[in-house]
Design a protein around this ligand. Sequence first.
Ligand code: SF4
Length: 230
Amino acid sequence: MLDTAQILDRLESYYGPQQPAWPTDPYLYLVWLHCGYPASDTACAKGWASLKKKIGVSPLQLLKTSTEALASALTPGGMVPEVRAIRLKTIAERVQNEFGSDLRAGLVGPIAQVRKTLKRFPNIADPGADRIILFAGIAPVAAVPSNCPHVLVRIQRGQERENYGVNYKEAQQAIAAEVPEKLDARTRAYLLLKHHGQELCKRTKPKCEQCPIQLDCAYFTGKRRGRAVG
Ligand code: SF4
């Protein structure tokens, strides 16, 4: 079985080095995340470009703009722009009032506390909080791309489980054990696994016939563990 470091080397040889397609500052990431829905990189990038051009993204710029005007600026990002506009207002208000407009400066102390602070923002659960913590350079946590925890699980163990939380935890354990606890190593792992999950190892109908891991993948080679659905 390939270990996680070998898998990442194989993916990097195939896809090349990856860069984040989103702002790594915690506040800006929260804004970017709400610029698109469903929140794909493409949808968020469209809404983000429109918001920056028409209104700006600072807390004060968002707060002084009407919800209707915000929704209009967010429309290129996809569905429910009104809901996203209200959430942006909530984020901007909290960052302005509770963090003096500098969220990053407020994310200090034990990681559990930082995670708790981040999870108070709309649409941020553990995977989102870990992503922010890692890419903002706060700590080299073992973050797993929220839409593809199945990638490592499939390669190393076979068929993933139905339970998202179990897959996430298994992927996180593999990264924690086999990727050095350093910011550059953990961000590299995140980006390569995310890219592979989007390009080939899709949640449904993975394109195994094109995959560079194919012959070493437990899912593909049928080495399923016969795990109970849970
Ligand atoms: S062979 Fe299929 S299941 Fe395995 S990593 Fe590649 S795309 Fe994913």
